[in-house]
Structures are given as structure tokens and as C-alpha cells.
Design a binder for this molecule. Structure first.
Ligand SMILES: Nc1ncnc2c1ncn2[C@@H]1O[C@H](COP(=O)(O)OP(=O)(O)OP(=O)(O)O)[C@@H](O)[C@H]1O
Ligand SMILES: [Mg+2]
Length: 261
């Protein structure tokens, strides 16, 4: 299986152009190993560096020191082996659902061979009948689904999801959680998902990585040792929930921690 990610002692510092302001150290000595096909959630206070970590794995940013290695090769730039669904809706507003989903394939000149995949993913995410719709004609949940399909259509080894279900109502969110799990189980890629929702992390993940406040490092890695499919009302959820919340609170002053449940 492919999709092994080794992150070793990564430091990421953003230089502030305004010399009166301090540089921001987002990540410091950040180390973690992610196994092929694993579902990993990242959870931590707002501004701690979760999106930055995904951007580093995506090859959109570079660490100041340390290394990020995917299947034995250091990540230096973006690649089709990694799919990315960014925080918030990231569809091109001037393109239809179908055009948005096919965009990457066309850019890589492989659209002809994968034309059928575009329709398959549209079916999988339940957007049939909306192929010709523009993003503004879709609901928030439908936009999120289309973003997901766009990230998936190139069959990446690794899927990077930055709060893919943020700002959705609870019912749509639960449905999409199950759809993401279904896609993950069908395609077997490595999943790295940022979430602010502790229950969502427990419901979906093999492993929950709790990040500390900035400069962020790995505060704890919690293996979610529950069989799948998981029942949302399981008593054991409570044990994991308390553990994760305790760790988040221990990471700093409780009043400064900003996450939603
Ligand atoms: N391009 C950039 N230039 C300067 N600073 C940046 C840049 N990108 C991120 N930062 C800073 O790095 C820190 C981490 O940002 P990041 O977006 O990774 O946080 P996050 O954990 O994803 O937060 P949230 O949960 O609110 O999405 C923040 O203090 C942010 O201001
Ligand atoms: Mg973020």
C-alpha cells in the first residue's frame, strides 16, 4: 500500500514583512508518522497551524527545517498524488460542477482517459442532475461535496481535507461524514482531515492528533480503537471525548482555547 507520510522535526516560521511585528512560528519540532491508508484527524486550537501543516504536506509551503517524506520521497511541490480540499468552498465560481471537477484532469491533459471518473464521482457524491449548475446555485453542503469530488477524481494516494464539513448543519454533516468514510473505504487512500469537532474526529479516525497552541507540536496521538462502522451513541465515545478535551485544556490556558464542539 502507498501513502506513507513521515513528518520529522518540522519547523515553519512565517516572516513578518512589518519589522515591528514578530515572526510567527506556526510549527516547531513537529513529528508524526502516518501509515498508508490511515484516517488521521488533526485537532487543535484555532491558529495553531493545522492548515499550515496540510499546506506543507500538499507542497504549497516549505518547512524552514525538518522533513516531510511521502513514500520515501521528500515533498518539494504539489503533485497529483495528493488531493486537497481547502478550508471553505474552493470551487471556481465561473465553472459548472462538472467543469470544476474535471479542471485538474484537463490541466494534466488526462481528461479524455478519465472522463468516466468525473461522472462516477458526481454520482458517488449525489450531485447527479447538477452537473451544469454553478457553485452559487448550490447549497453549502453541495458545494462541499463538489470540492470533495474535485479532490478525489485524480485518485490521489493522500487526501488532505481542511475542515471539509465546517459550516454545515448537523444532519448534512453526519451524512457527509458517512460519505467520506465510504469513499475512504472504497479507495483506500491515506486521509488527513482537520476538524474542530471532537466527536467527528472520534467517529471517523483511526488516529486523532491533538496539536498544541502555537508554536504547535504534537501534544498527543490517540488511537481510536473502535470497530467500524461506528455507532455515534457509543458509550466509549465519552471516554475518548474526555481524554481529548482534557489534553486540549492541558495544552494551555483554557480561556484562550478556541474550538467548537
Ligand atoms: N502565509 C502566511 N503568512 C503569515 N502568517 C501565516 C501565513 N499562513 C498562516 N500564518 C499564521 O500561522 C499561524 C497558523 O495558521 P493556520 O492557518 O495554519 O492555523 P489553523 O490551525 O489552520 O487555524 P484555524 O483553526 O483557525 O483554521 C497563524 O498564526 C497564522 O496567522
Ligand atoms: Mg485552518
Amino acid at each position: 500500500m502507498v501513502g506513507n507520510i513521515s513528518i520529522q522535526h518540522v519547523r515553519k516560521e512565517f516572516v513578518n514583512q512589518d519589522s515591528t511585528q514578530e515572526n510567527i512560528v506556526a510549527l516547531n519540532d513537529f513529528t508524526i508518522d502516518i501509515q498508508p491508508g490511515e484516517f488521521v484527524s488533526l485537532i487543535g486550537p484555532s491558529g495553531c497551524g493545522k492548515s499550515t501543516l496540510l499546506r506543507l504536506i500538499g507542497g504549497l509551503e516549505h518547512p524552514n527545517s525538518g522533513s516531510i517524506v511521502l513514500d520515501g520521497k521528500e515533498i518539494k511541490k504539489p503533485g497529483s498524488d495528493r488531493g486537497f480540499a481547502f478550508q471553505g468552498s474552493n470551487l471556481f465560481p465561473w465553472l459548472t460542477v462538472e467543469q470544476n471537477i474535471s479542471f485538474g484532469l484537463k490541466a494534466r491533459h488526462i481528461y479524455k482517459d478519465h472522463k468516466k471518473d468525473v461522472q462516477d464521482f458526481i454520482n458517488l457524491i449525489g450531485l447527479n442532475g447538477f452537473e451544469k449548475s454553478y457553485p452559487h446555485q448550490l447549497s453549502g453542503g453541495m458545494n462541499q461535496r463538489a470540492s470533495l469530488a474535485r479532490a478525489l477524481v485524480g485518485h490521489p494516494k493522500v487526501l488532505l481535507l481542511d475542515e471539509p464539513l465546517g459550516a454545515l448543519d448537523a444532519f448534512t454533516r453526519m451524512n457527509l461524514q458517512d460519505e467520506i468514510l465510504k469513499i475512504w473505504q472504497q479507495h483506500g487512500m491515506t486521509m488527513i482531515m482537520v476538524t474542530h469537532d471532537v466527536d467527528e474526529a472520534i467517529y471517523m479516525s483511526d488516529k486523532v492528533v491533538v496539536m498544541s497552541a502555537r508554536p504547535s507540536k504534537v501534544e498527543a496521538v490517540i488511537d481510536i480503537d473502535l470497530p467500524r462502522p461506528r455507532a455515534r451513541a457509543q458509550d466509549t465515545f465519552q471516554v475518548y471525548r474526555s481524554k481529548i478535551l482534557d489534553i486540549l485544556n492541558l495544552g494551555g490556558d483554557i480561556a484562550t482555547i478556541d474550538y467548537q464542539i
